[in-house]
Design a protein around this ligand. Structure first.
Ligand SMILES: NC(=O)c1ccc[n+]([C@@H]2O[C@H](COP(=O)([O-])OP(=O)(O)OC[C@H]3O[C@@H](n4cnc5c(N)ncnc54)[C@H](O)[C@@H]3O)[C@@H](O)[C@H]2O)c1
Ligand SMILES: O=C(O)[C@H](O)COP(=O)(O)O
Length: 598
């Protein structure tokens, strides 16, 4: 049995806990689940769905994007391109857009998400680095962020190698000198690469391609990356070392890590002081990983002999930047991804991800949502519907003013709990629990965040059943503790509101309310009714609904003791009037009843 949980404080329904109005969910996102084991597989997808019929969604492209990507977008969406907008202009524009596509030159700030008024569903980053997107704000607003992580890898690696060789042979400086009418052969004597040690800092996609190419140039390559698998490094003959080891023995250092709070200014005075005198540095990652003033000091003191930089803390850098103007520094204006081939590739990669996300298909490159193997999604889809409906039903049973704080979800399955990552099931239960009583739209991206913000603590329990693990789940149970119920029968023997469901023939079924077994398909609306178990009850209620022209879609009766008490579950296609519900309540044998929307 494994239990995981999240969060605290108080979640108080903002509406009365009876539901006469139409339940609406501002965005028809769908979600899916995946297993931890399967999540390790190479191909992953995240489910994110918004169904657009008419009008078409609008995709706003804020930076130049390759033609093939634009064409692809136009097959599905209205595409609006406008470049070099001010932050204010972007905020104004965004309220009219369902998706936004940017490169590294646009800051997608919290204000952008706030200004979107909930319409923005996807941000597509046409490239790798997502440090220009406020990820917390995106997640809080339920906005999916996708990137294009593979198409510019080779371009960036080639640019790294270009800078490395150009720096070693003073190409840029010598070129400028010749063009200025000089012929300074002794001034521009370079250094050789063969036999030198190159430290690749960040052994991901670009770093490993740089390493491969540097080995081809006869360099001895080492690397530092706390998260890279050692076997991948070994496979190309690279030793993974600690940060200090790597920087202290390298003749050349090439930076390939993302800019994160942990890597911000990681190359600072202290780091430079540990390097070999005369080290040469290449940066095609992000300017912010270097303390640029410390680098100028290291260049001035000769610790760093040369630097070749494609990226800067501020882009473009100030005109009087001492770093850019330093004679031992070679610079390019963030050109790592700028090859014709990479830009076409990136444009297609990001356009596919954005269109897929808007269509409700699977996005393999989601950055702020769990990724799901497609086959797992298919298998779990009915359980996701069941989860949402159980959450929605359970919260509608809450009465009194205590507010929902503590929810326990139990998953019973013959599968090993390690093979059932429940994040998506939990997200759907959260959506069900919070959707009817809040205007916030919940999806997989922001479900946990919303639960946390509302002080909703969800604990999960797995019960391992005997039997065949073919079926991912036997049943799901949702219990809300420390609340009263407007339908006392829903309170289980242990004192919580309890509802339980199963998937039958691919459809969600309610199978238990409190301690009563029931069996009804979870669709439309439900009347739950506890009455004295005696003949004629079904007819009495059915007549009232019939008079009202309310169609009964199904009916089930669960009893504990014959002729004593029974729970009748009636599915209805239409919502009965208040008068009809009052008449049901007035049937003498009806002890209590509740009307619920699924
Ligand atoms: N200049 C350009 O135009 C250009 C083009 C492409 C990529 N980039 C940048 O290059 C970087 C790498 O891109 P990628 O596609 O290889 O990404 P990636 O995610 O494949 O690789 C990044 C690697 O950095 C590692 N890492 C994370 N924290 C680290 C740390 N503290 N120390 C060492 N390693 C750490 C990760 O484990 C990962 O292996 C990103 O910052 C990206 O934005 C720049
Ligand atoms: O992170 C990236 O993909 C690169 O820095 C490329 O950025 P760009 O799309 O602005 O060229």
């Amino acid at each position: 049995m494994a239990v995981t949980s999240s969060l605290n404080s108080v979640f108080t329904p903002t509406k009365p806990t009876h539901f006469s109005g139409k339940l609406s969910f501002p965005s028809p996102f769908t979600t899916a689940n995946f297993t931890r084991r399967q999540n390790r597989r190479a191909h992953r997808v995240v489910v994110f769905a918004t169904v657009f019929t008419d009008p078409k969604p609008t995709v706003f492209v804020a930076e130049k994007l390759g033609k093939a990507g634009l064409e692809l977008l136009k097959t599905f969406a209205n595409v609006d391109c406008a470049y070099n907008l001010s932050p204010e202009e972007l905020c104004t524009k965004i309220s009219l857009c369902d998706a936004l596509i940017v490169r590294s030159g646009t800051k997608v700030t919290r204000e952008v998400f706030e200004s979107s008024g909930g319409r923005l569903k996807v941000v597509g980053r046409a490239g790798v680095g997502i440090d220009n997107v406020d990820m917390s704000a995106a997640t809080e607003h339920g906005c999916l962020v996708v990137n294009a992580p593979t198409a510019n890898t080779i371009a960036a690696a080639e640019h790294g190698i270009a800078l490395l060789t150009a720096m070693a042979r003073n190409i840029a400086q010598a070129d400028a000198s010749v063009k200025a009418g000089k012929w300074q052969r002794s001034k521009y004597v370079g250094v050789s690469l063969v036999g030198k040690t190159l430290a690749v800092m960040g052994f991901g996609k670009v770093g490993s391609e740089v390493a491969r190419r540097a080995k081809g140039l006869g360099m001895h390559v080492i690397a530092h990356d706390p998260y890279a698998p050692a076997d991948r490094a070994r496979a190309i003959g690279v030793d993974l070392l600690t940060f200090e080891e790597a920087i202290s023995i390298a003749d050349f250092i090439s930076l390939h890590m993302p800019l994160t709070p942990a890597t911000s200014r990681i190359f600072n005075d202290q780091a430079f002081s540990q390097m070999k005198k005369g080290v040469r540095i290449v940066n095609v990652a992000r300017g912010g990983v270097i303390d640029e003033e410390a680098l100028v000091r290291a260049l001035d003191s000769g610790i760093v002999a040369q630097a070749a930089l494609d990226v800067f803390t501020e882009e473009l850098p100030p005109k009087d930047s001492r770093l850019v103007l330093h004679e031992n520094v070679t610079v390019t204006p963030h050109l790592g991804a700028s090859t014709a081939e990479a830009q076409e590739g990136v444009a297609i990669e990001v356009a596919e991800a954005v269109v897929g996300a808007l269509k409700g298909e699977l996005a393999a490159t989601a950055v702020n949502a769990p990724m799901v193997p497609a086959e797992v999604l298919t298998e779990l889809a009915p359980f996701l519907t069941l989860s949402e409906k159980l959450g929605r039903l359970a919260v509608q049973l809450v009465g009194g003013g205590n507010g929902v704080q503590s929810v326990k979800v139990t998953y019973a399955s013959a599968r090993d709990p390690d093979d059932l990552d429940t994040r998506m099931l939990r997200a759907m239960i959260t959506k069900g629990l919070t959707g009817p009583i809040s205007s916030v739209f919940i999806n997989l991206v922001n479900a946990d965040f919303t639960a946390k913000q509302r002080g909703l603590r969800i604990t999960e329990e797995h019960i391992l059943l005997d039997g065949s693990p073919e079926n991912p789940l036997e049943l799901i149970q949702v219990q809300i503790a420390n609340v009263e119920s407007k339908f006392a029968t829903a309170i289980s023997d242990s004192g919580e509101i309890k509802v339980e469901g199963r998937v039958k023939d691919g459809k969600p079924h309610l199978t238990k309310v409190g301690s009563f077994g029931v069996d009804v398909s979870m669709e439309g609306s439900l009347i739950l009714c506890r009455q004295v178990d005696q003949p004629g009850m079904i007819g009495s209620v059915g007549n009232i609904l019939g008079e009202e022209n309310v169609n009964v879609s199904f009916m089930s009766v669960g009893r504990i003791t014959p002729r004593k008490q029974a729970v009748m579950t009636i599915g209805v296609d239409e919502e009965p009037s208040k008068e009809a519900l009052k008449m049901i309540g007035e049937i003498p044998e009806v002890e209590e009843f509740v009307f619920l929307k699924l």
